[in-house]
Design a protein around this ligand. Structure first.
Ligand SMILES: *Cc1c(COP(=O)(O)O)cnc(C)c1O
Length: 391
């Protein structure tokens, strides 16, 4: 008999919920196989191409042999300096490029890895829910325990910090927050960040602010950076991504900035697991960070037009929609008689429109559906018409 093995998954993998977007992918494939003309509003992946000057910078960079070798773990100094300059000009925040900036292979990578640096088995991580699924999964992989901070409408989708029990605060090592928020599209006021800093200082909790959507905003109301708030750099870090800002989801680059010991700890994990970001991508990203604001304003304008079409359209149909000030999502209550999953299935079956079930981002998202503004306005109009016929 040939030797063979039984493949047994580790408990940490067995215990994982199915990755939300993998489930949605299956639904999408089935609809496409049936020949449905699908309007896909389910995934936050920009349909607009990367701006040309960034692609051109990449073409030039990829020719350079010095970029064909292993990159430095922490990122090229020139890239980290570009990040520091970007923070200075965008938020008036001073950062030391050498110690307070770290390159990431997309912010998902940093979000997933940070608990490995700071969370002991049994420690608590404070996780907003509904939220980006990587927060609880990164926690699980490090052996930590997620404590769910529900984001509900009556609190403007901000966690109720006063509701966190004392014994949980005692055991908490890390807290994730994310504004502008995916999936609720909420923004956070300065006062909230001040309360977070106060709480973190009191209980020795590292704050990890996910700012992936800080540049996708509407009506000229710029969201702020956590780093702008006095004391933020003493309690935590902020992660940012080039993915959403510059339509670069496929390029895999992001960065973390802030508390130098937190940056160093995350860097230590990364230097043992990955070997950094392709330097040609870093060089193109310097060009990205120097993008003329006119180009970004145009991208924001495109999303704003789509937001206006979808928001007004759904509102007209009598749906309860939250008007986003930032991010590219519409967080919408499902109509009476449905839950998140049954409404998503109904829209897919009867209208060929795919949204994301709110409960897929965590139990407190039950009763909502998320629509992403990642199709052209004309398709958005058609989506509204089709939804109108099946409500
Ligand atoms: C898209 C997204 C990210 C990850 O972006 P990367 O492509 O990995 O940089 C992180 N957080 C949130 C909330 C996101 O929606």
């Amino acid at each position: 008999m040939k030797p063979s093995i039984t493949v047994e998954l580790a408990a940490r993998v067995k215990n994982l919920p199915p990755y939300l977007f993998a489930t949605i992918d299956i639904m999408k494939q089935e609809a496409k196989a049936k020949g449905v003309d699908l309007i896909d509003l389910s995934i936050g992946d920009p349909d607009i191409p990367t701006p040309k000057h960034i692609v051109d910078a990449m073409k030039a960079a990829v020719e350079k042999p010095e970029h064909h070798r292993y990159p430095s773990y922490e990122g090229m100094l020139s890239f980290r300096q570009a990040v520091a300059s970007w923070y200075k000009s965008r938020f008036n925040v001073d950062l030391d490029a050498k110690t307070e900036v770290l390159s990431l292979i997309g912010s998902k990578e940093g979000i997933g890895h940070i608990p490995l640096a700071f969370v002991e088995p049994g420690d608590v991580v404070l996780v907003p829910s509904p939220g980006y699924p990587v927060y609880p999964v990164g926690t699980l992989f490090a052996g930590g325990e997620s404590y769910i901070m529900p984001l509900v409408e009556k609190n403007n989708f901000l966690p109720d910090l006063k509701a966190i029990p004392a014994d949980i605060l005692e055991r908490a090592r890390l807290m994730y927050i994310n504004y502008p928020n995916n999936p609720t599209s909420a923004c956070a006021p300065r006062k909230f960040y001040e309360e977070v800093i106060e709480l973190a200082g009191e209980h020795n909790i590292i704050v990890c602010h996910d700012a992936a959507y800080s540049e996708i905003y509407f009506d000229n109301e710029k969201p702020m950076s956590f780093m702008e708030v006095d004391g933020a750099k003493e309690v935590g870090i902020e992660m940012h991504s080039l993915s959403k800002t510059y339509n670069m989801t496929g390029w895999r680059i992001g960065f973390a900035v802030g508390h130098k010991d937190v940056i160093a700890g995350l860097g230590k994990i990364k230097s043992n697991l990955d070997s950094g970001v392709f330097q040609a991508v870093q060089e193109a990203s310097i060009a990205a960070l120097e993008t003329d604001d006119k180009i970004l304003a145009e991208i924001r304008g495109t999303y704003q037009e789509r937001r206006d079409v979808l928001y007004a359209g759904l509102k007209n149909l009598g749906m309860e929609v939250i008007k986003p000030k930032a991010s590219f999502y519409l967080w919408t209550k499902v109509p009476a008689g449905y839950d998140s999953s049954s409404f998503v299935a109904h829209l897919l079956d009867k209208a060929g429109v795919l949204g994301t079930p709110g409960n897929g981002f965590g139990t407190p998202g039950e009763g909502y559906i998320r629509f992403a503004l990642t199709v052209p306005a004309a398709r958005m109009k058609e989506a509204v018409e089709r939804i109108g016929k099946v409500l």
